[in-house]
Design a protein around this ligand. Structure first.
Ligand SMILES: *Cc1c(COP(=O)(O)O)cnc(C)c1O
Length: 370
C-alpha cells in the first residue's frame, strides 16, 4: 500500500466538472487580474469569517508582508513571533528591515507561549504575529490584552487554519489583521499561489487595497510605494468552488484525527508517541496531524519503506537558520522549539484519507515499536 501525505488528485476527481466550468468562464471573459471573481471571493470569505473586509493578494507570504506595511512596520522596528513556523512569517518582518523577535512555544500545542511575550517587548515593538500552527489557534486572550495595553497590533498568521475557531471566533478575525494562504496544499488551496488579508479596520483595508497595486487608488497616480501583489481571476474562480466544501472537508479532517487517536490508543502506542492535543474552546481543522516520536528519524525511514509518506514540519527552527546568523541566536535559546524540531512527524491527513489507509499506517507504526 502507498499512502501519500496528501492526495489532491482524489479531491479533484470529485469536483472536476465544477472546476473546469469555472475556469472556462474566466477564459471566456478574458479578464485575469482583480475582476469579478476576486471581488466575489472577497465578499464570500468576509461573510464566511464574519469580518468586514477581505483583500485578495498574491500569496500568504505577501499577505503577511502587506499587513506589516499597512500598519507601518519599517527599519528598526521589532515584531514578536514564534521560531517554530514556516519561514514566511519571519521573512516578511525581515523584508521590511524590521527585526523578528522570537518567543518559545508551548510544547503541548506547538504555538507561541503567551506568558513569555511580555519579557520581549521594547519601545520598538510594533506588532505580534501569533501563528496558529497545524490547524489550531493560539491562546489569544493574553496576547490581545498585552497588545492592547502596549498599543501594538496583532497580525494573525492564519495560513494553516482557515475555518478553525477560538471560542466561537473564526481564526484570522480575532486580532487586527488575519493572513491566509491559498497555497495548493492548504485546507483551502488554489491551483497556484494566492492569499487573503482580513480586517475590521476600514482604513487599514483601504491601505491594503492600494498597497497591492503599487500604492495607487487612481490608476497611474501613486500615493505611496506599494507592490504588485494581486490575486488572479482563475485562482478566485477555483477557490469560490472549493469554499463551498471547506466546512465539509475540515470535518472530514477532524474525523481522521479522531480515528488516529482511537487507533493509536487501541494499539497501546501512547507511551512511545505523543498525539496532538486539542485545547478546550478551540475548533481544530487539522491542516497537519503532527505526532511527537522518540526515534523520529528511524520511524520515518521505516514508514517510507512501508509506503507511508510523512514530513517534518519543521526540521530547523527559525532562530537557527543560516540567514538569521546576524540575529545572534544559539542552540539552547528556544529549547521547546528545538526539541520539537527533533520529534515532530506529520502523518498523512486529508479529507479523502480512508479508514483502511489509517489502519495500515498505525499498524506499521506498531510493528516499528514492536
Ligand atoms: C503556507 C504558509 C505561509 C505562506 O503562504 P504562501 O501562500 O505559501 O506564501 C505563511 N505562514 C504559514 C504558517 C504557512 O503555513
Amino acid at each position: 500500500m502507498h499512502v501519500p501525505l496528501i492526495d489532491l488528485k482524489a479531491q479533484y476527481r470529485k469536483i472536476r466538472g465544477e472546476i473546469l466550468r469555472a475556469i472556462g468562464e474566466v477564459c471566456e471573459g478574458q479578464r485575469f487580474i482583480l475582476g469579478q471573481e476576486v471581488q466575489k471571493l472577497e465578499q464570500e470569505i468576509a461573510a464566511y469569517l464574519g469580518v468586514d473586509h477581505a483583500i485578495g493578494v498574491a500569496s500568504g507570504s505577501d499577505a503577511l508582508l502587506l499587513s506589516l506595511m499597512a500598519i507601518g512596520v519599517g527599519p528598526g522596528d521589532e515584531v514578536i513571533t514564534t521560531p517554530y513556523t514556516f519561514f514566511a512569517t519571519a521573512g516578511a518582518i525581515s523584508h521590511l528591515g524590521a527585526r523578528p523577535v522570537f518567543v518559545d512555544i508551548l510544547p503541548a500545542t506547538f504555538n507561541i507561549h503567551p506568558a513569555r511575550i511580555e519579557d520581549r517587548l521594547t519601545e520598538r515593538t510594533k506588532a505580534i504575529i501569533p501563528v496558529h500552527l497545524f490547524g489550531q489557534c493560539c491562546e489569544m486572550e493574553p496576547i490581545l490584552k498585552l497588545a492592547g495595553s502596549h498599543k501594538i497590533k496583532v497580525i494573525e498568521d492564519a495560513a494553516q487554519v482557515i475555518g478553525a475557531a477560538h471560542h466561537d471566533q473564526k481564526a484570522g478575525t480575532i486580532g487586527d489583521l488575519g493572513c491566509f494562504s491559498f497555497f495548493p496544499t492548504k485546507n483551502l488551496g488554489g491551483y497556484g499561489d494566492g492569499g487573503m488579508i482580513v480586517t475590521r479596520d476600514e482604513e487599514i483595508a483601504r491601505r491594503l487595497r492600494r498597497l497591492r497595486v503599487h500604492g495607487s487608488e487612481e490608476r497611474y497616480y501613486h500615493l505611496e510605494v506599494g507592490c504588485n501583489s494581486r490575486l488572479d481571476e482563475l485562482q478566485a474562480a477555483v477557490l469560490r468552488i472549493k469554499l463551498n466544501y471547506l466546512d465539509q472537508w475540515n470535518s472530514a479532517r477532524r474525523a481522521c484525527a479522531q480515528r488516529y487517536h482511537q487507533l493509536f490508543t487501541k494499539a497501546a502506542l501512547l507511551s512511545d508517541l505523543t498525539l496532538p492535543e486539542i485545547v478546550p474552546g478551540n475548533s481544530h481543522v487539522f491542516h497537519q496531524y503532527v505526532i511527537r516520536a522518540q526515534q523520529r528519524d528511524k520511524l520515518r525511514y521505516y514508514l517510507k519503506e512501508k509506503g507511508v509518506d510523512t514530513e517534518i514540519y519543521y526540521p530547523l527552527p527559525l532562530h537557527l537558520q543560516a540567514c538569521y546568523k546576524d540575529l545572534g541566536h544559539r542552540e539552547g535559546d528556544f529549547p521547546e522549539a528545538e526539541r520539537l524540531a527533533k520529534e515532530a512527524l506529520a502523518l498523512p491527513i486529508y479529507p479523502e484519507l480512508t479508514e483502511e489507509q489509517q489502519s495500515y499506517i498505525v499498524e506499521q507504526i506498531k510493528l516499528f515499536y514492536a
